[in-house]
Design a protein around this ligand. Structure first.
Ligand code: BGC
Length: 769
């Protein structure tokens, strides 16, 4: 745990330069716009420790799998979003000495991530080896208005000297991924060009052949006037720049404005990339930095208008939640159904920027409630578009007849995870994809989605479950053998309750969806059934049989669902009884010891109770919560939020808050000592859920919005906004009352603290707490 970020409601602030913290800060201060993103690397050269990271969404490399012991069915590769061109770079030499914070004496260092307006600022004073002192201030952003572009303002002031200065704005594609399996470079050089004031580099990814052109233009202002010096043009393989030589006098300031565009063949004709990049550069440089920054601030303002959560009386909590919302929007904007949400967003290499079940199980609710419904819909369409690959993935494992197994990790629909206990066994992920369809349809009311896309996916997944179970003569039930549940601290178990439950639920939901589409969208019904070659009687007959006879491990005495068949054979003890040195167990224990222990990585039975809470009584949820939570080590950042939501539901307010705190500032305070790898984007969405679904008590039942808010005792008040079926509601909770404002024209009837309540368009409702 670290505590170096200065608390502030709208800004993330670091003061003082601590090289040992640089990688952590590079993650925290990351920028992104859904289409591209980058770690907070420095513009000027830096020879100290740093993880260079510039990413372009969807531009990935299939890095050949590296395993000790190959197993049939393993994916050939692990997909990673690549470190792409360094487009922020501006090398500076003063009197022949490079400005490099690893070599200079640094003072007054400050980094500020302005979340309100969406930019990163850095300032410092550097004393070079020869005593020359410069004051530097840089501001940059990835534009959310024009998501292929970014801009930088970089000014240098000579504090105590007059000397020659050399400035080199550049584009560099000669980059590496630290996580490369075979120390390979992933980009092939194609072409580069430098002309006065401009440069571009074109490169293509090995194997996947994405072509990207990164281009830049710049202008230099010296004492208020644009410098028109000729520059030295540099063109090398994968590199292009201009070197400008001038003189800076004591007290003078020189400012570089650098404009950049990253244009990829994903979105443009491969032969026109340079042309498009040049046009983009012209467009943004004509607008100028100040206007672009203003546009950026306005665009962020409208995002905050939709999604802000205000917490009164707790600045640390306020900063934490805004940081989470900010990063979620930097990662995914929902405009392109080919894109998704990596568990680390654009903030590092870990998890390869690929898609996990995290999206459906954790991230979807945030986008559903804070943005127009097409944003969440695009997340679902992403999986619809991968259905054929999911079918092929299941075929590789021996399944037939259109059974679909969605991958644990993917970029293009193909599985690329390669630990057998996860790749082959963590099949519960398939259920989360079905659940997301249900969650989306119940929240948005967009049932037509089922007809157009959803049903086909549901049939594929249900077919998988129907083949994955087997009949147990001994139990006279259907069982599911050899699985790994969400708790990855148990592998190859039989009858993971959560997996069995979500499997059976999916089949039920698919049957309901079939009925619904048949009645309401008959032509789609015929189209889909034809397309998938559906044998109505035999397939639905099998599903009904599995639903009726599925085995769910349960202990009559304790009256709890069992995580898996053998759970009660374990030595059961609470986490509290472990010694401090044991934790986290994944760093201190052998894997073998972890697997035999009762300790749970993340919500498993409780994940099911959270998803399907309507199927269980409060007493049941409580009993299971009290049984499992004490044995849970929460060593996945996906865990505390589910516990927080359930604790809120159970009225365990302190527990709910304790669990909330574990993720609210997870990255800002580097709780798990791993923020240097990147930020925990999934848990950011989880934190949002802990506030809205937990403290705010938001659920949807029978098409109605329910709110049941309480105020955590550490806070003076909080407010949030949700967009429910195109009605924007502002919910304001203070010590004395709950006030709900309907910001839309249409009336909304909801259940507020258990009471039927009508809030007319533009109206308000107050209720004493
Ligand atoms: C969790 C998985 C999750 C993955 C990516 C793992 O540690 O156990 O549930 O999908 O991280 O966030």
């Amino acid at each position: 745990m670290k505590d170096y970020i200065i608390h502030d409601e709208w800004n993330i602030i670091e003061e003082g330069f601590v090289p040992e913290l640089n990688r952590v800060s590079e993650s925290i201060f990351s920028l992104g716009n859904g289409r591209m993103g980058q770690r907070a690397n420095f513009e000027e050269q830096y020879s100290g420790d740093s993880l260079q990271g510039n990413y372009i969404a969807g531009v990935y490399y299939p890095d050949k799998t590296r395993v000790g012991w190959w197993k049939n069915g393993y994916p050939e590769y692990f997909a990673k979003v690549l470190n792409a061109s360094n487009w922020i770079g501006i090398n500076i030499w003063i009197d022949g000495i490079a400005l490099d914070l690893a070599k200079a004496k640094v003072s007054d260092f400050k980094r500020v991530l302005n979340m309100k307006e969406g930019y990163l600022e850095r300032s410092f004073t550097a004393t070079l080896e020869n005593g020359n002192q410069v004051e530097v201030k840089s501001t940059r952003f990835c534009s959310i208005v024009d998501d292929q572009t970014g801009a930088i303002e970089y000014s240098i002031k000579a504090k105590n000297f007059s000397a020659p200065i050399k400035i080199e704005p550049f584009i560099d594609f000669d980059v590496v991924n630290e996580d490369s399996n075979y120390d390979e470079k992933f980009w092939n050089a194609l072409d580069q060009s430098a002309s006065n004031g401009r440069a571009w580099v074109k490169a293509s990814t090995k194997k996947t052949n994405f072509v990207v052109c990164s281009a830049m233009s710049y202008s230099i202002i010296h004492q208020g006037k644009e410098l028109t010096l000729n520059s030295e043009l540099v063109e090398k393989e994968k590199y292009a720049s201009n070197i400008i030589e001038s003189v800076i006098k004591e007290g003078e300031t020189l400012t570089v404005y650098k404009y950049a565009a990253n244009i990829s063949s994903q979105n443009h004709d491969e032969n026109k990339l340079v042309e498009v990049a040049e046009d983009e550069i012209s467009k943004i440089s004509t607008k100028g930095f100040a206007n672009l920054k203003k546009e950026q601030a306005e665009a962020w303002k409208s995002k905050w208008t939709e999604a802000d959560i205000v917490i009164k009386g707790d600045v640390a909590a306020q900063q934490g939640i805004r940081f989470n919302i900010f990063q979620l929007y930097q990662t995914y904007t929902g405009e392109d159904p080919r894109l998704n949400i990596g568990p680390k967003g654009f903030t590092g290499e870990k998890y390869g920027g690929s898609t996990y079940w995290d999206t459906e199980a954790y991230c979807l609710p945030f986008y559903m409630s804070t943005a127009d419904s097409h944003v969440a819909r695009n997340l679902l369409v992403y999986r619809y578009n991968h259905l054929q690959k999911a079918i092929e993935n299941a075929e590789k494992l021996g399944f037939t007849n259109g059974a679909a197994l969605y991958p644990m990790v993917t970029m293009n629909g193909e599985e690329c995870h390669n630990e057998w206990e996860i790749t082959f066994e963590e099949i519960h992920r398939n259920g989360a994809i079905a659940y997301a369809i249900y969650d989306y349809a119940r929240y948005t009311g967009d049932q037509a989605y089922l007809a157009e896309y959803g049903l086909e996916v549901l049939i594929g997944i249900s077919r998988f479950w129907a083949q994955r179970v087997n009949w147990s003569e001994a139990k006279q039930k259907y069982v599911m053998l050899g699985v790994t549940g969400p708790n990855e601290y148990e592998n190859n178990v039989n009858n993971n309750w959560y997996t069995n439950y979500i499997a059976s639920w999916t089949m039920k939901y698919t049957l309901d969806a079939l009925d619904y589409v048949k009645v309401n969208h008959s032509s789609d019904y015929d189209r889909v059934l034809n397309k998938v070659n559906f044998d109505l009687d035999s397939e639905t007959g099998k599903w009904n049989d599995v639903i009726d006879k599925m085995y769910f491990p349960y202990d009559e005495e304790k009256e709890v669902y069992l995580q898996q068949d053998g759970f009660l054979d374990k030595v059961l003890m609470p986490v509290d009884e472990l010694d401090g040195e044991d934790r986290p167990i994944n760093q201190n224990w052998s894997w073998d010891r972890i697997l035999r222990s009762c300790f749970i990585k993340q919500a498993d039975v409780l994940q099911g109770l959270y998803f399907f809470e309507d199927d269980f009584s409060i007493d049941e949820i409580k009993r299971n919560f009290e049984f499992y939570e004490p044995m849970t080590v929460h060593e996945s950042s996906l865990s505390p939020c589910v516990h927080s939501i359930l604790a809120s539901k159970l009225g365990m307010e302190e527990k709910a808050y304790e669990m909330y705190l574990r993720t609210a500032r997870l990255d800002l305070d580097d709780y798990n000592n791993d923020t240097e790898d990147g930020c925990h984007t999934t848990s950011m969405a989880g934190t949002w859920m802990a506030v809205i679904k937990g403290f705010g008590g938001m659920v949807i039942k029978d098409g109605k919005l329910h709110l049941n808010p309480f105020l955590p005792s550490k806070w003076e008040g909080y407010s949030f906004k949700i967009n429910f079926r195109d009605i924007v509601l502002k919910v304001d909770i203070t010590k004395d009352n709950v006030e709900i404002t309907n910001e839309s024209e249409n009336d909304l009837s909801l259940i507020l603290k258990g009471e039927d309540t009508l809030i007319s368009g533009k109206g308000k409702k107050e209720l004493a707490t």
